[in-house]
Design a binder for this molecule. Structure first.
Ligand code: ADP
Ligand code: MG
Length: 595
């Protein structure tokens, strides 16, 4: 701008510009719109929230958030779009008491400055018979009047960033933006199990939670029942601090904390310190550089929490942070201890390696069928064990040289991790179900087969985002992964589409497994003498194998042993750990001083 003498060069920005600048902070991408609108719905006391996304030609065309909350009277419907207009606080003091998700009064004004917004709202409780409709464009009211509509609020956002091309350029591929939206809905659903959420994309329901308050059901619907089985409840209350939710058993861990879902007073947050505190609670139960899975909501006296740190409120500042983090770590430790997961002492070879209290050996009759209404995802996950075990019938080609497995009959399972078998000569064999299964898969994967035989295509490609560093690493693995049937295509920056997965993975709908496979490959500290091909095979074998913690039926166990006996090395897993430990009759007698 050239300064003309006599005219001031400093100008006060007009409201639209101010709002567009603010929008840069609040509305980064389509998922921010979903977050702000859904949070408003939660603040309005909604028990049903539906997010609908419509896309076409690689772009998000329309986002609609519908709720059955308090609604607004016509005067408020217009005021809601004014910057800093909020019904939630009156002063800074209120802010420190606030438990609502919104309070800055910025969201609607910001969104309306970068999109076309239609709001249709009707107060709840039969106060007003008709709804009121307001249409905003370019930050101004375009239309306003009476409309038809149910109690509650519906906000429709179109032409997002049409007027701010720079912002639009920063958007990633459609699939990536959709996955961000799904993450927002997932996080809110996990922190609000009493609210029913639905995410619909182009008419297809992607997420649905029942809103019956059962967090386990929410987790099962989103992440599969297998994960739920690997969780332990956690609940601690007292001294202005409470925490509730679920954490994974030590056997279930990840290379990244991507499945640590945290919320503070119902607000999804990301916090490295909290992740670290949770990890600390596990102590040495987790291998180094591994992270647990956690779904935790922290209840903290609102006056201790400063959420006004960042416009998106994803970060929070806590006073007395150190104390809180210690409480959190202690809560985790306590939850794990009550579950009796911490080994009471490490067994040494030669000494009494284990104790079998009576009644401890259980053979579950079958994998319990998950409740019907928990969605397709969980049903699929529930069938996983059976399906996985069925898929692994090995063809012949037995190596006659190797030491054959002794004959054995499986008589039970302990700790949902070890199969217990007896041998005809009175011995006892314990089999690590995961290690054994890993060995079977490993040998199966090493066989030369057509890609078509080892790969199954996904109905909808799964989108995976990785950091730039990981993208570079991952490229090296691409050829080997594709040869094994995990077909990944790079598209857009640091984004991959998974279009087919190895048959051994078994559960096509579960994105977590693919994420785990990639996470394992990307984690450091592996033996450099191992080829990429070999690493891919080992990781796939490990991640496809039935986990410790999964119940296995007697038929499944027997089949597992049969398949194991046909492998070239049934005694160790691909990492060299033993698949079984045996006690001969003689050793048993010695333990009981019968000899
Ligand atoms: P904030 O949430 O920070 O108050 P917003 O710009 O998001 O600011 O919303 C402004 C106001 O509009 C809210 O304080 C609330 O009174 C009203 N409002 C927005 N969305 C809804 C909704 N879905 N139901 C009822 N009232 C709403
Ligand atoms: Mg808001």
């Amino acid at each position: 701008m050239t300064a003309v003498p006599g005219t001031p060069s400093i100008q006060v920005l007009d409201t639209l510009t101010v709002n567009q600048i603010a929008a840069g902070e609040v509305v980064e991408r389509p998922s921010s719109v979903v977050k702000e609108l859904a949070e408003n719905s939660l603040d309005a006391g909604a028990t049903h929230i539906t997010v609908e996304v419509e896309s076409g030609r690689g772009e998000i065309r329309r986002i609609t958030v519908l709720d059955n909350g308090s609604g607004m009277i016509p005067a408020d419907a217009v005021l809601a779009f004014h910057p800093h207009a909020t019904s939630k606080i009156r002063s800074l003091e209120d802010l420190h008491r606030s438990l609502t998700l919104g309070f800055r009064g910025e969201a609607l004004a910001s969104i309306a400055s970068v999109a076309r917004v239609e709001l249709v709202t009707r107060p709840s409780g039969g106060r007003i018979a008709e709804a009121w409709r307001v249409v905003m464009e370019g930050g101004e009211i375009r239309e306003e009047g009476v409309a038809a509509g149910p109690e509650g609020t519906r906000v429709t956002v179109e032409q997002l960033f049409a007027r701010t091309p720079a912002r639009r350029k920063f958007l990633k591929s459609l699939a990536t933006e959709i996955s961000h939206i799904a993450f927002v809905v997932e996080s809110l659903a996990l922190s609000h199990p009493r609210v029913s959420f639905r995410l619909v994309h182009n008419g297809t329901e992607r997420i649905r939670t029942e809103g019956d308050g059962d967090l386990r059901a929410v987790i099962a619907g989103l992440h599969g029942v297998d994960l739920v089985r690997a969780l332990v409840p956690l609940s601690l209350e007292g001294g202005g601090f409470g925490v509730r939710g679920y954490i994974s058993k030590p056997s279930e861990h990840r290379t990244h904390p991507y499945q640590v879902f945290l919320s503070v007073n119902g607000r999804p947050v990301s916090s490295r310190q909290m992740v670290r505190a949770i990890r600390n609670g596990y102590g040495t139960l987790l291998p180094p550089h591994r992270y647990p899975v956690a779904f935790l909501d922290l209840r903290i006296d609102p006056s201790w929490v400063d959420v006004n740190v960042h416009p998106t409120k994803r970060q929070v500042r806590l006073s007395g942070e150190q104390d809180l983090l210690e409480h959190l770590a202690a809560a985790v430790e306590g939850a794990l201890r009550t579950q009796d997961l911490i080994p009471s002492g490490t067994a040494e070879a030669g000494k009494v390696p284990f104790q079998v209290p009576s009644g401890a050996i259980t053979v579950p009759a079958a994998v319990p069928a998950p409740p019907r209404d928990r969605g397709e995802l969980s049903l699929r996950a529930g069938r996983q064990t059976e399906q996985q075990l069925r898929q692994t019938e090995l063809p012949t080609g037995i190596d006659e040289e190797r030491v054959p497995l002794p004959a054995m009959e499986v008589i039970g399972q302990v700790g949902e991790a070890y199969l217990v078998a007896r041998t005809p000569d009175g011995g006892l064999i314990l089999i690590d179900q995961h290690a054994a299964h890993e060995r079977i898969f490993y040998e199966q994967l090493r066989e030369k087969r057509e890609l078509g035989e080892r790969s199954q295509e996904l109905l909808t490609p799964q989108v995976i985002q990785r950091s730039p560093r990981e993208t570079t690493l991952l490229r090296e693995y691409l050829p080997a992964l594709i040869r094994q049937g995990l077909v990944l295509e790079e598209f857009g920056r640091d984004t991959f589409a998974v279009t087919a997965v190895p048959v051994v993975l078994g559960r096509t709908g579960d994105g977590a497994v693919v994420q785990e496979v990639l996470g394992d490959l990307l984690s450091e500290g592996e033996d450099p003498s191992v080829t990429t091909e070999e690493r891919v095979i080992r990781v796939l074998a490990c991640r496809s194998a039935v986990k410790a913690g999964a119940p296995v039926t007697p038929e499944q166990s027997q089949r597992l042993i049969r398949q194991l006996s046909r492998t070239s090395n049934p005694y160790t897993c691909p990492h060299g750990r033993p698949t079984m430990v045996a006690l001969t009759r003689h050793q048993l007698d010695a333990m009981f001083r019968r000899t």
